[in-house]
Design a protein around this ligand. Structure first.
Ligand code: ATP
Ligand code: MG
Length: 706
């Protein structure tokens, strides 16, 4: 075994050896990031086959995303190229098998309504959108749909009974009613049942509970079941696995409770805490030595995660050496951040070993834009980036098209309520009934009864639209936002439907960034198309030498020499919902997952300004900074004076010594307002203010500004 491992460049430590060799009975392997959980699990499978002569088809290895199933398949092939393949699959695909079997036996028909390729097929999203429209009399937008889908997954994965659906919070109004109707709708067809991915789990679980014969069939199929990343399994998933392994209890569960990041979708790591209640004789092993990362990264991450209360106490350490300290970059705005990251990537020796990680997929856009410009290939993990099909982007593009084709009623139809002079549905209907020719606004003005304000505003809209053609796309977007009343319309929609204005504004801002210095609207439209295509193909560039772009969530389990964590600002991470952090400990874990992906180099990036507004550096970054440079103990009397530096008062008695200033400190300048000290030079201080970065003379600063 050890020889085999060493051939692979790994010398298994004692716990790892034990985890590999103790193959019989229940085992929980609870361990820190980079401690070799996945490695050990794969070695264990190899050991079962090679040493215990277990037939690979009797082994079931389950993970929770397609990506990690793929990752494990690859690792297994690399470790054991001569062995026949083992079935690494997602729990959903296992459940699907059971479901198919069950429906076959009961001679019922079913139809999948999620993940279906054919556009014309009945789809979960379509059903939910119809129901929403029926109840709310408003169309359901994509971002709201996502929230509803999350709510539904949560309720189902946690096996929450119908009476309690209403107690689970959801930002979309009437979520429980919508779910109820959705359930009815799926069962409404006499001989056929519609099922989505969550139903797959529920039905499999129920079928195994009630059909003893079916249960036995599956129990007899596998002698060994192993699950990786088990902290992200849900209650219903646990129950399925529990049923499968009941007779032999050969279950090996690998997990790290500190990396549980899917509780919003129903994952339930509490199960790990009660493992022994289910499996009385379970062997529980811990691993705390990290083999992945440098001393700096391991030590800081370990201290960082200690701030959480609800966890198995663990102290991650490493015997690895040091390389570079964790780097911080506080920049002006996200454009500057993207420029910085891309510039660094240009100097990277091996693009495959670089990852840019972020909380939200949208953060990738400015970076993609620049990577594309620089000709650097990138791979977007789970490229679920619907930026270009987002309705806000579509609106802007449609308004621009209307500027060029102002006879097209179909284009006006798409945006008529989002422009100054709000054209109503009834008016649009009338417009449609007219013989269509000439400018749509002239048609409106000449043929349709308009309100006074419409009489006044519509000619303006017509004029401004025509003027757009002469403009650079960036200026055109600004005109659309302000002079055509688009932004005002968004505000109204937010007030009415509870959308997040911030999010919509940042989409507009990103569009402006992309427009950059592009000269004409048609060029801009082509560029958008090009980026969209790049992005779609970026999904498949994995084998190439390409930079990885990924959310923190999708990066779980992976490792890279260099990691850039971007957009680390308050309200992005920790994420807030209406100003509040919903689950602080989970946010901490997510940040921890991000940091622990890096082998050698880790850079944390934040900035001072977003969409023209001041932003705050993520408190997690500050936390990490404090771990590395603990705030100096300042004598009490000085502390009071220090308070004056941080607190915004102009005071002639304020601190006047250069030594009292340090990077990261917030100061208030009389003219420029609040700013954060970025760096100190001999006689100057570089400060990032919301309005820009300033280099101020130290003596003047100390005299005047504090
Ligand atoms: P995560 O929690 O992020 O999924 P993990 O616990 O699954 O991490 P692995 O991905 O299995 O960790 O291993 C991390 C790195 O450490 C890999 O590069 C692996 O090759 C290496 N490694 C694991 N065990 C050892 C060992 N005993 N000696 C040397 N290297 C090891
Ligand atoms: Mg792993």
């Amino acid at each position: 075994l050890q020889r085999k491992a060493e051939e692979l460049g790994v010398r298994l430590n004692e716990v790892q050896q034990q985890a590999v060799q103790e193959t019989e009975g229940p085992m929980l392997l609870l361990a820190s990031p980079g401690s070799g959980k996945t490695t050990t699990l794969i070695m264990r499978i190899g050991y079962l086959i090679e040493e215990k002569s277990v037939n690979p088809s009797r082994i079931k290895a389950v993970t929770f995303s397609k990506a990690s199933a793929q990752d494990m398949t690859e690792r297994f092939e690399r470790f054991f190229p001569k062995l026949p393949p083992v079935d690494f699959s997602t729990i959903h695909s296992l459940a699907f098998e059971v479901v198919r079997h069950h429906f076959f036996k009961t001679q019922m028909q079913f139809q999948l309504i999620e993940g279906v390729k054919n556009q014309d097929d009945i789809h979960k999203k379509g059903i939910i959108k119809d129901i929403y429209q029926g109840i709310m009399k408003e169309p359901l937008q994509d971002d709201e749909y996502e929230k509803l889908a999350t709510y539904i997954s949560f309720v189902k994965n946690r096996l929450i009974p119908k009476e309690e659906w209403r107690t689970v919070s959801c930002d979309v109004p009437r979520a429980a009613d919508i779910l109820e109707k959705y359930e009815e709708k799926k069962r409404a067809h006499f001989s056929k049942r519609y099922i989505d991915f969550d139903d797959m789990l529920l039905i499999a679980n129920e079928a195994l509970a009630y059909d003893k014969e079916l249960l036995q069939q599956y129990q007899n199929r596998y002698d060994y079941v192993l699950t990786d990343e088990s902290q992200d399994t849900s209650l219903v998933q646990h129950q399925i696995i529990e049923k499968l392994v009941k007779p032999h209890q050969n279950i090996c569960v690998v997990a790290d409770d500190d990396q549980s990041i899917y509780s919003w979708r129903g994952a339930d790591p509490a199960y790990l805490m009660t493992f022994r209640d289910v499996y009385k004789d379970a062997m529980i092993l811990y691993m705390e030595q990290n083999y992945r990362s440098t001393q700096d990264i391991v030590s800081v991450s370990n201290q960082f995660i200690q701030r959480n209360q609800e966890r198995y106490p663990k102290k991650m350490f490493t015997e690895n050496g040091t390389f570079k300290p964790i780097a911080f970059k506080h920049l002006l705005d996200h454009a500057e951040q993207a420029a910085f990251v891309v510039q660094e990537i240009q100097q990277a020796p091996d693009l495959k070993e670089v990852a840019v990680l972020f909380r939200n997929n949208f953060s990738a856009l400015p970076i993609i834009h620049l990577l594309d410009k620089a000709g650097i290939p990138f791979f977007m993990k789970d490229a679920d980036l619907r930026f270009f099909s987002h309705w806000v982007v579509q609106d802007i593009v449609n308004i621009m098209r209307l500027a060029y084709a102002d006879h097209r009623v179909d284009l006006l139809e798409k945006v008529h309520t989002k422009l100054l002079g709000y054209i109503t549905k009834a008016q649009m209907k009338e417009l449609h009934s007219l013989p269509l020719q000439g400018n749509v606004f002239d048609l409106l003005l000449q043929n349709i009864a308009l309100k006074d304000y419409q009489q006044r505003l519509i000619p303006e809209v017509k004029k401004t639209l025509q003027g757009l053609r002469e403009l650079r796309p960036k200026t055109a977007i600004q005109r659309i936002r302000l002079e055509l009343g688009y932004e005002k319309a968004l505000e109204n929609m937010c007030a009415r439907l509870g959308f997040q204005m911030d999010h919509l504004l940042s989409i507009l801002q990103t569009l402006e960034d992309i427009a950059g210095d592009i000269a004409s609207i048609p060029d801009f439209a082509n560029h958008l198309k090009h980026l969209d295509e790049e992005l779609r193909s970026a999904k498949w560039k994995r084998e190439e030498n390409a930079v990885t772009l990924s959310t923190f969530h999708s990066a779980k389990g992976l490792e890279f020499d260099r990691v850039y964590m971007v957009d680390l600002i308050q309200s992005v991470i920790p994420a807030t919902n209406q100003g509040k952090v919903t689950n602080m400990e989970e946010e901490v874990r997510l940040f921890y997952v991000g940091m622990t992906r890096a082998r050698r180099e880790l850079t944390l990036l934040s900035y001072a300004k977003k969409d023209g507004k001041e932003t705050k550096k993520s408190e997690f970054v500050q936390n990490v900074e404090h771990i590395i440079h603990p705030p100096r103990e300042v004598p009490e009397e000085q502390k009071q004076r220090r308070a004056k530096v941080v607190k915004p008062v102009f005071n002639p008695n304020a601190v006047r010594q250069a030594e009292e200033l340090e990077a990261g400190m917030t100061i208030r300048h009389k003219v420029f307002g609040h700013g954060e000290i970025q760096s100190l030079e001999d006689d100057a201080v570089v400060i990032v203010f919301p309005k820009g970065r300033k280099r101020l003379s130290m003596s003047i600063l100390l005299e005047m500004a504090l």
